[in-house]
Write a new protein. Structure first.
Length: 206
């Protein structure tokens, strides 16, 4: 958690070093409907304890100045149950799976701007999962639907060409299929949701 706080602080410092504007004009909405982006959470790939091998690419479309839809493609691995909350058990030795899961996850998102740069969003992440045991042998395939609800704020940078969106989210997974028994044993101790999930999206309008 401390690493995430550090990166959030770094992102705010970076954003505050440029002129910002939190509202899209009608002209901006018309001329710059499309955007591409990703997330600063990819810096988590420098973690030597729980490296997620995380990649994310976003492509979005502004239907109006207040309504936005986007497609996000994510790829990652995880070795600890995703329901472990922030605290001493997070990434702690002995709490991990006997192996790991590798996911490919196309995601659909809807974002609604309410006041200036304040927004809420919902993300439906479809995780197609491959389960690998501790001997690096595949033991099964599964599927999980992750729903994430976010509240955030958009900062516009460099004459509205770039934007940065710090947010906080709640994720839960209502659908989870074909999890290997060895993974279920570890997961049953933890809830099927994760709160206070940081978001650090950024993008380029074109």
């Amino acid at each position: 958690m401390q690493k995430n706080v550090i990166w959030i602080g770094f992102a705010f410092v970076l954003a505050s070093s440029f002129p910002v504007n939190a509202q899209y004009s009608k002209q901006d909405s018309t001329d710059r409907r499309w955007f591409v982006g990703s997330t600063l959470l990819m810096f988590g790939n420098f973690d030597k304890v729980n490296n997620p091998e995380f990649i994310q690419l976003n492509l979005g479309y502004r239907i109006t100045s207040k309504n936005v839809v986007s497609f996000e493609f994510k790829r990652s691995i995880y070795s600890w149950p995703l329901g472990i909350p922030w605290g001493p058990s997070f990434d702690a030795p002995g709490e991990n799976y006997p192996g790991h899961a590798r996911i490919l996850a196309p995601t659909l998102a809807y974002q609604r701007f309410w006041w200036k740069g304040v927004y809420s969003s919902v993300h439906a992440l479809n995780a197609f999962e491959k389960y690998i045991d501790e001997h690096n042998k595949k033991i099964g395939n599964g599927y999980t639907l992750y729903l994430t609800f976010r509240l955030g704020y958009q900062l516009k940078l460099l004459k509205n060409r770039f934007f940065f969106e710090p947010s906080i989210g709640l994720t839960y997974w209502p659908v989870r299929t074909d999890v290997p028994d060895s993974f279920k044993i570890i997961e049953k101790e933890w809830p099927e949701y994760f709160g206070w999930e940081p978001g650090l999206h950024f993008g380029f309008n074109f």
